[in-house]
Design a protein around this ligand. Structure first.
Ligand code: AMP
Length: 431
């Protein structure tokens, strides 16, 4: 086979040396949080109709889908996000489900992004969506849930960048700028191409005063929410819809504070997200010293309608599991593996392998992680390998001791050893 085929496809990764475990740890905590907040897990297909996924994704992301024809000639794609699939569910099978509807999904997604630090073509997300409420408490729940998950996995030094696309869109709509043009402008803002965004708004028909307002908004940001919100009110006071949007953002932020949800907020009036479906509050979570977002979300009240499911307001968040894992590693959090006891069982003679198997299973039944020496190595070789691999205890089964139902238990870190009765092994290992 040609050597290039022995490598993973560009942008795809093998997760080894604890990476898979770290990823599953985050996934497990994400599931725990979904239960604590009453979100039911749904599993949707990895492959969907191209048209469904493309509907409201935004031009940039649309171009980055893995698209192909299946053998039946259907134009399909690998999912680049969960929201479209979950929205499809809500517009079809779950159309008559009682509201609010809280749904959780976790799994792999595919985007033909340019591979770089924290950016892969296959990555994992934990995704939470709340359908049926347009009230600020629903937005607050998504923000609080995100914060709970970040705390649960042990992330430190993070902050939420928060804004409201309604503020910018209302100013653009004021001069009759069509939604499609607004989408292009929002994407430019998302890429921080502020000058090009203003130029595009100008060419699309934005008046001088609207352009001034937009420019003012792009400069309003800060870590003191109350001050930033009042600056936004002042900037948009003559645009009633933008003022409504700013009030909505202000209400969400004060409710967070009233609920003692302890998050660092950076409020940015010019913050937009690339996906076209957002209609209200939008946010992203950043870790200090890491220039990439570990999660993001917002309100999208029109997507379900677009899929024929009627007017169903929605708000949600997607957390990047791989990026969370990277951030935790960067912050020096130990891998999950190193925390638990791991036992190696060595039969000193071949005739004792049956005993070794029996003791292994006895411990496993009580929840202890046990490996059996299966390489037929000498005790000293097996022990030095165990040391290298972080085994915490070795149990050596010898013919002399086993006659009295005893085994040798070695504490790897302390480098001590004692002879213990088999029935006391579990207690001695201290699981
Ligand atoms: P989005 O679906 O674009 O809102 O992204 C939500 C989160 O998914 C981001 O904040 C990232 O943490 C993660 N994410 C998005 N794209 C990638 C990628 N190409 N590789 C790894 N993580 C990603």
């Amino acid at each position: 086979m040609a050597s290039e085929f022995r490598r993973t496809v560009r942008g795809m990764r093998d997760l080894v040396d604890g990476e898979a475990e770290n990823l599953r740890f985050i996934e497990q905590r994400a599931r725990k949080i979904s239960k604590l907040y009453g979100y039911n897990e749904v599993i949707t297909p990895l492959i969907e109709h191209y048209e469904l996924l493309a509907a409201k994704l935004g031009e940039e992301n649309r171009k980055r889908m893995f698209v192909f024809k299946d053998l039946g000639g259907r134009k399909v794609a690998l999912r680049p996000e969960f929201t479209a699939s979950v929205a499809r569910l809500v517009a079809t099978k779950m159309q008559s489900a009682p509201r609010p509807l809280r749904l959780f999904s976790v799994g792999s997604l595919y985007r033909y992004d340019e591979p770089q630090f924290g950016r892969y073509r296959e990555f994992w997300q934990a995704n939470y969506e709340l359908f049926g409420s347009n009230r600020p408490e629903a937005d607050v729940e998504i923000l609080a849930l995100t914060n709970s998950l970040l705390k649960e996995v042990g992330l430190k030094n993070y902050f939420f960048k928060i804004g409201h696309v309604g503020i910018l869109r209302s100013v653009l709509s004021y001069n009759g700028i069509a939604e499609e043009q607004q989408n292009s402008i929002m994407q430019l803002l998302d890429k921080k191409q502020f000058d090009v965004a203003l130029e595009t708004a100008k060419n699309a028909g934005s008046s001088k005063s609207s352009l001034n307002t937009l420019e003012t908004l792009l400069n309003i940001k800060g870590r003191q929410p109350d001050i930033v919100i009042s600056e936004i009110y002042e900037a948009v006071k003559s645009y009633s819809k933008a003022l409504d949007a700013a009030e909505n953002l202000g209400e969400i932020i004060s409710m967070l504070k009233a609920g003692c949800v302890d998050v660092d907020l950076s409020v940015e009036a010019g913050f937009a997200r690339g996906l076209e479906y957002y209609t209200g509050m939008v946010f992203e979570v950043f870790v200090v010293d890491m220039d990439i977002a570990v999660g993001g979300g917002g309100r999208y009240d029109k997507l379900i309608g677009l899929f024929g499911g009627g007017q169903v307001p929605a708000v949600g968040v997607a957390l990047g599991v791989d990026r969370l894992s990277l951030a935790l590693q960067k912050q020096g959090q130990k891998s999950q593996r190193s925390e638990e006891n791991r036992v190696l069982i060595i039969a000193i003679e071949n005739s004792l392998l049956g005993q070794a198997l029996k003791i292994s299973n006895m411990l496993r039944e009580r929840g202890v992680v046990v490996e059996l020496e299966t390489m037929g190595r000498s005790v000293s070789k097996a022990l030095s390998d165990a040391d290298r691999r972080g085994i915490t205890h070795a149990v050596m089964i010898g013919s002399k001791e086993i006659k009295d139902n005893m085994v040798a238990l070695r504490f790897m870190k302390e480098r001590t050893q004692e002879i213990v009765p088999i029935e006391r092994l579990f207690e001695k290992i201290g699981q």
